[in-house]
Structures are given as structure tokens and as C-alpha cells.
Design a protein. Structure first.
Lengths: 206, 173
């Protein structure tokens, strides 16, 4: 049977994918349609290997993370149940990989910016390779919602201006309450001892 | 996927700033850009340096800024040019971002980039703008420069253009 193997190299990362053409999907001889295994070599890290599901999980986690990083948003992708979790770690990126086999502790790798860029380039090269016809089901790169972008702005910067504005408004409102109300000549009450026309009339009747 | 909508103010600023970083990394950046436009078949849009400069002047942070919007067609061409330049300069970007490079050497590389970028910004950007002042202040400029170089590294390669395009279309937070 025709076994295919494709390799994607960058300075610090090497990704190798093996598999077979999917003849049921009408693929030709040189087209990889079924992934039987993959290997990922990162400089100064143990070699990783797995099945198609693991590679899918790696792509579905790392590529959205890179999409957010290019917009300056630093947030983790993946949760406690995910096979792959990537999160910012200071100037680096922490990649946590959980094995599907029992009793194997998760592997944690720390990638610098250059290594992450290499990994992203290798994954991009694989998913866009016309010789690999695998439906990856990855999210398309879209502009991020305003809410996510707002989170990259520090709280002090985000709420600083509204806070100062609100405080200034409250201060001005408070000071304006302390000012005496101006007396107008028409609106003033008559003095208490002044006699009204009715009082004058009643006194004359007596 | 191509750019179908017009870039907003932030997108234009960022696109031009990333091209400025490319020029700081490549001493012969202006010529290299023109040569790359020919390689990409964009010579009708950018037949010479002046045409490219005119498109870049839509950046509102420029000293000589142009009114009006940059068309989606021109923005897409500039995006392709930028990503192609980023791919060409990727080894240099990798060196700058790698923690495995000799520290002293990398500090010198960053200092050189900082100096060139500062010179270009002072020459071409409006210094009265707050964003330009931030780029020129030592403490604030370093993390911004690092993010810009990292963005260029993520924009390089096959899928980089889609990523960068989406980020340039991000709304203003």
C-alpha cells in the first residue's frame, strides 16, 4: 500500500505527517487523505507523536492562540478536559499536552516567541498543503469582538478616564449645592409683620 | 479570502507601522519592497516608490498624511506586500525573538532595530501625536517593538496573511 510522508521544517520545529490516500474520497496517489501518525520535534524538547485527533487538537488550540496574539490579546486556549492547552507565561508560551493513555502525566513545554512562530508556520504549512486533503474543521480567522480586545487594555487605562470624568462631575455638582440661591425681587416673601389687605379690612370693621 | 472592507484608522496605522519595522530590519527596504511588488505582480498598483508612498500616507500618524480612505484593493495589495516581506525577513525575525540566541548579540540587534525605527519614525511621523510619542519613549517603545516583531513573525508564511488581515480589521476597543 502507498504510504505517504510529508515533512515541514522550520528552524526550531520539524513536523512530519504520515498517512495514506483516501481512495474512497477520490484522492490520487500523491494525496494524503488519512493520517496514520505524526511526529513533532521541538528544539530541546522530547519528541511528540500521536494520532490524527491529537494533531487536530494541537491545531485547534495553537492557531486560534496565534490569531489572538497577533491582535495583542493574551489568553489561554483549552481547558482541563482538553488534550492541548496553551497559555501565556510571561515572555513565553506554555504548551500543556495530555496523553490519552492512562497513568501518563501531562507534558509541559515552554516556547519562546520564535519557537511558537515556527510551530505556527509548520501547522499553517500542513493545513494549507494541497497534497494533504484532510478536513481540519478549524475556525476561520475573523476580526475579534470588541469585548476581547478591551481585555488587553489594563483596567486602570480602561476605567481611568470615565472614573476621572465621573469624579469631576460629582465634585462640581457638590460644590454647586453649596452656593447660595440668588434672591430675586419678585419672588421674595413678604415680611412676617406686614399687614395684608384682608387684615386691614377686618381691623376697620371692628 | 481577500480584504473586502476598508481598513479603519487603527488598521492603517498598524499596517504602515509594520512596514516601517520591515524597513528598519532591511537597510535596503524601500528597494526590496518595490522588487517584491514586481514579484507579486503588483506593479500596476505600485509602479514606483512614489505610488507606494502615497498609499502609505493614508496613515493618520504621518507628517504628510492624505485625506480619504485607502481602497480595499490597495489595502490588500499592501497586506500581501507586507506578508511577503515578513516571510523574506523571517530568519532575522526569528533571531530577534529567540531566547536561545546569545544574549549580548541579541541586545545589540534590538538596539540597532530600535535606533533605525526611531530614526524613521522621527523622519516620517507627526511627533505631536500621542501614539508617535509613545513609540519614541524608551520605556514604552520596547514592548511595542517586541509585539510588532512578533506580529511580523506570525504574519509570515502560508497562513500569516489571513491572520494579519483579520487583526487589522479588529474594531477599536
Amino acid at each position: 500500500m502507498l504510504n505517504l510522508s510529508f515533512r515541514y521544517d522550520q528552524t526550531a520545529v520539524r513536523l512530519q505527517v504520515e498517512g495514506l490516500p483516501d481512495f474512497s474520497a477520490g484522492h490520487g496517489d500523491g494525496i494524503l487523505g488519512i493520517i496514520s501518525g505524526w511526529r513533532l520535534q521541538l528544539v530541546a524538547s522530547p519528541e511528540l507523536e500521536g494520532k490524527r485527533e491529537h494533531l487536530q487538537a494541537l491545531m485547534a488550540t495553537v492557531l486560534p492562540y496565534a490569531r489572538h496574539r497577533i491582535s495583542g490579546v493574551k489568553r489561554a486556549f483549552g481547558d482541563t478536559a482538553s488534550a492541548v492547552v496553551i497559555s501565556p507565561d510571561g515572555d513565553k508560551h506554555q504548551l500543556l499536552l495530555r496523553s490519552s493513555q492512562p497513568n501518563i502525566p501531562p507534558l509541559t513545554l515552554h516556547l519562546d516567541h520564535a519557537e511558537l512562530a515556527d510551530l505556527v508556520r509548520c501547522l499553517d504549512a500542513l493545513r494549507l498543503d494541497p497534497r494533504v486533503q484532510v478536513p481540519w474543521e478549524l475556525p476561520i480567522d475573523h476580526p475579534l469582538p470588541r469585548k476581547e480586545l478591551a481585555e488587553r487594555v489594563p483596567l486602570s487605562q480602561r476605567f481611568g478616564a470615565p472614573f476621572i470624568g465621573g469624579t469631576a462631575l460629582a465634585l462640581i455638582a457638590g460644590l454647586s449645592l453649596l452656593l447660595p440661591v440668588p434672591r430675586s425681587s419678585e419672588g421674595t416673601l413678604p415680611p412676617a409683620n406686614s399687614t395684608t389687605p384682608e387684615q386691614t379690612q377686618s381691623s376697620s370693621n371692628r | 479570502m481577500t480584504l473586502k472592507t476598508v481598513l479603519g484608522r487603527r488598521g492603517l496605522e498598524r499596517l504602515d507601522l509594520l512596514l516601517l519595522v520591515v524597513e528598519s530590519l532591511d537597510l535596503n527596504g524601500g528597494e526590496a519592497m518595490l522588487w517584491t511588488t514586481q514579484q507579486l505582480g503588483l506593479q500596476e498598483q505600485f509602479p514606483n516608490r512614489v505610488e507606494l508612498w502615497k498609499r502609505r500616507c493614508h496613515n493618520p500618524l504621518r507628517r504628510a498624511t492624505r485625506r480619504g480612505e485607502l481602497s480595499a484593493f490597495d489595502a490588500e495589495a499592501m497586506l500581501r506586500l507586507l506578508c511577503s516581506m515578513a516571510s523574506r525577513l523571517y530568519p532575522l525575525l526569528h533571531q530577534l525573538l529567540s531566547s536561545r540566541e546569545p544574549e549580548e548579540l541579541n541586545l545589540q540587534r534590538w538596539a540597532l532595530l530600535d535606533q533605525r525605527l526611531r530614526d524613521l519614525i522621527e523622519e516620517r511621523m507627526n511627533p505631536r501625536r500621542g501614539a508617535v510619542q509613545r513609540l519614541l519613549q524608551q520605556e514604552q517603545s520596547q514592548p511595542i517593538q517586541r509585539e510588532l516583531v512578533f506580529s511580523l513573525a506570525l504574519a509570515a508564511g502560508d497562513g500569516g496573511i489571513d491572520r494579519l488581515r483579520a487583526s487589522l480589521l479588529d474594531p477599536t476597543p
